[in-house]
Design a protein around this ligand. Structure first.
Ligand SMILES: C[S@@+](CC[C@H](N)C(=O)[O-])C[C@H]1O[C@@H](n2cnc3c(N)ncnc32)[C@H](O)[C@@H]1O
Length: 331
């Protein structure tokens, strides 16, 4: 492909993203589980206009998401299978989250952020992303579902990469539905753990009943307090916040670390070879949506210093996430 053609594909990429969102939202790939169907048949089931749905599926067929067959029916391809709700690592919640009207509108304000340095979501909607989700339970549910799918995909890699051997308690701070905590407790049977998050978000029971005896749930704000533990895990939390708010969260964590314990920041690191594209575009997403940023190892070290902690190690996992370890600056 020529450079011009590549650039054109980049510039028009939003069309594909929007088309995938609609297919995901309508549940087309789920409807195709038992075999090929016509657009008219699908339209009746999912509540769509037959001609328009045909145009959407034809467009997605040209890029290999569905197979358009000679008899006019459509079938899932390997790509289309990934939009099913019931497959491991399903991309459906991501497609629905990334194209929610609130997010779409905020990304349309990226230029505002770049010109002013301000958070696009707040400028567009008049509230921050967390307040918006609290007031829109459906958006909150889709966001949480997507976080669970994304985190489940990397949780085992994180749980396997870190040596929790001399620890007995762990708190998944801002842990949402607790998928990382579940992987950590499964891999390290000596641990008991707590998932901590906002009241309208936090899981109240583990998805695996076998973990229930070692699993607890607590709610509140990590700007005020968090449960005490040997390991306080912050996954995809600090990247949501600007530096001064990160220092506030880390101070609360430092205060609640048991002697000898560690704060474990699980994030994509800017500058990690092989992962820069994901990290750099996630950085823009943080700018536009929650008003945070992705950071390098050195930038986390500066935040730790300001919060009474010191960086004591970085463990790259088999996933795109790294674990940045911090311990009390003194002692
Ligand atoms: C990007 S999500 C990460 C969730 C989870 N750690 C994961 O990686 O799947 C950020 C989490 O921070 C939580 N959060 C935001 N503000 C919070 C606050 N003030 N106190 C506690 N949790 C908060 C959100 O509810 C959300 O679950």
């Amino acid at each position: 492909m020529s450079e011009r053609a590549q650039l054109r594909a980049m510039v028009t990429g939003y069309r594909l993203s929007a088309a995938l969102d609609v297919a995901a939202d309508l549940g087309i790939s789920d409807e195709l589980v038992d075999g090929p169907r016509t657009a008219a048949d699908l339209a009746r089931c999912v509540g769509a206009d037959p001609d328009t749905l045909h145009r959407l599926l034809h467009a997605l067929g040209t890029v290999g998401v569905y197979e358009e067959r000679p008899d006019g029916s459509f079938a899932n391809t390997e790509l289309g299978e990934g939009l099913r709700s019931d497959v491991p690592d399903s991309i459906r919640p991501l497609a629905r989250t990334l194209n929610s009207p609130a997010l779409w509108a905020a990304w349309g304000h990226l230029g505002h952020s770049v010109r002013t340095g301000e958070n696009a979501f707040q400028a567009k909607h008049g509230v921050d992303a967390w307040t918006r989700r609290r007031n829109h339970p459906e958006e909150n549910a889709i966001f949480n579902q997507n976080m669970t799918v994304q985190t489940t995909a990397i949780a085992t890699a994180v749980a396997e990469a870190y040596d929790f051997a001399d620890m007995s308690t762990v708190v998944d701070v801002g842990g949402g539905q607790g998928s990382l905590l579940e992987a950590v407790l499964t891999r390290h049977p000596q641990l008991t753990g707590t998932v901590f998050d906002q009241e309208h978000v936090v899981a109240t029971e583990p998805s695996s009943p076998a973990l229930a005896p070692r699993w607890a749930s607590a709610s509140g704000s990590f700007f005020d307090d968090v449960p005490q533990a040997d390991a306080l895990v912050l996954k995809s939390v600090l990247h949501d916040w600007p530096d001064d708010r990160c220092v506030d969260i880390l101070r609360v964590c430092a205060h609640n670390l048991r002697p000898g314990g560690a704060v474990l920041v699980v994030e994509r690191l800017l500058g990690r070879a092989g992962f820069e594209v994901e990290a750099a575009f996630s950085d823009l997403n943080m700018l536009v949506m929650p008003g945070g940023r992705e950071r390098s190892e050195q930038e986390y070290a500066v935040l730790f210093d300001a919060a009474g902690l010191r960086l004591t190690g970085v463990v790259d996992t088999a996933s795109q996430m790294s674990i940045v370890e911090a311990r009390a600056a003194t002692g």
